[in-house]
Design a protein around this ligand. Structure first.
Ligand code: CP
Length: 311
């Protein structure tokens, strides 16, 4: 392990992190995962700190994971959603966030439909801002928990071949995963219809394919993504039946995978579309491990960022 010490008050994306910083978070998460195996699953690391879970877009996994992570670190937690905040009365994001800070919020976990929303707050507030997903831009803690899970199951990430399959264009999970996987030395192939996997992604250093049957036998990990209908303003493929036929991980297709290939999905899953329902619960699936590891990774992120004080 290098001499690196974490020196960021915010976590906005994976793109700006070095490989050493990513390794540092993953190693820190190891210690917090161990805390989860104790009888008393709580440590005083953030005692006296206040965390606001500010979710302007829906979430099950990320919101509950951050709430539990903060609780296990002994922080006080407040949950705010779009419908319960004064955003519905026309208040701006900045004004709402300033109110939170005036109430001495130390950490704000923000999910927002606009790319850059977390950075906008980070540049204006003293509180730590953790990006819990901003539009189609980044979802850094999802990528960190995905990297953690791959490392846990495979031993290391360098040299692995990872396929990310589905709606890449509108996926913040895909972007954050691409940055993280490449920084840690994996090879990444994106698979999906050309309308949802435009060639411009090649500039990031990935390979693109529309032939899932050719890619599946070559990979160590498949990460399936759902179609993000909520961000799409037109039809990107003829219909779901066509999508499943060409890009769905069906039981027949799964026979092409290596026996030790990991099947991942960030959730929410559309069973029977991007992945067959039985495969999602099958022996190669690590989907629930991703959720469990998300807690340890988010404890590490809150601990590292929440410990940075600004004047
Ligand atoms: N993976 C993920 O971000 O899920 P939620 O939308 O439920 O938080």
């Amino acid at each position: 392990m290098s001499e690196l010490r974490w020196n960021r008050k915010d976590l906005l994306g994976i793109r700006e992190l070095s490989a050493a910083e990513i390794h540092f978070v993953l190693t820190s998460a190891d210690a917090f995962k161990q805390v989860g195996t104790r009888d008393v699953k709580k440590v005083p690391a953030l005692r006296g700190k206040t965390l606001v879970n500010f979710f302007v877009e829906p979430s099950t996994r990320t919101r509950t994971s951050f709430e539990l992570a903060a609780t296990r670190l002994s922080a006080d937690v407040i949950n705010i959603s779009a419908t319960t905040s004064s955003l519905t009365k026309g208040e701006t994001l900045k004004d709402t966030a300033k109110i939170l800070e005036a109430n001495h919020a130390d950490i704000i976990v923000l999910r927002h439909s606009s790319a850059g929303a977390a950075q906008f707050l980070a540049e204006r507030l003293r509180a730590s801002i953790i990006n819990a997903g901003d539009g189609a831009h980044e979802h850094p803690t999802q990528a960190l928990l995905d990297l953690y899970t791959i490392r846990e199951k495979k031993g290391s990430i360098a040299g692995l071949h990872v396929a990310i399959i589905g709606d890449i264009l509108f996926s913040r999970v895909a972007r954050s995963n691409i940055f993280g996987l490449l920084k840690l030395g994996a090879r990444v192939t994106l698979v999906g219809p050309s309308t949802l996997v435009p060639r411009v992604f090649e500039q990031l250093g990935v390979t693109i394919s529309d032939d899932i049957d050719a890619v599946l036998p070559t990979v160590d990990v498949v990460n399936l993504l759902r179609i993000q209908h909520e961000r799409q303003r037109k039809e990107y493929f003829p219909g779901l039946g066509e999508y499943i036929r060409l890009f769905g991980l069906t039981k027949a297709r799964a026979k092409l995978l290596k026996p030790d290939c990991l099947i991942m999905h960030p959730g929410p899953i559309n069973r029977g579309v991007e992945i067959d329902s039985e495969l999602a619960d099958g022996v190669q699936s690590v989907i629930l491990d991703q959720v469990t590891n998300g807690l340890a990774v988010r404890m590490a992120v809150l601990y590292l960022c929440g410990g940075i004080t600004t004047p």
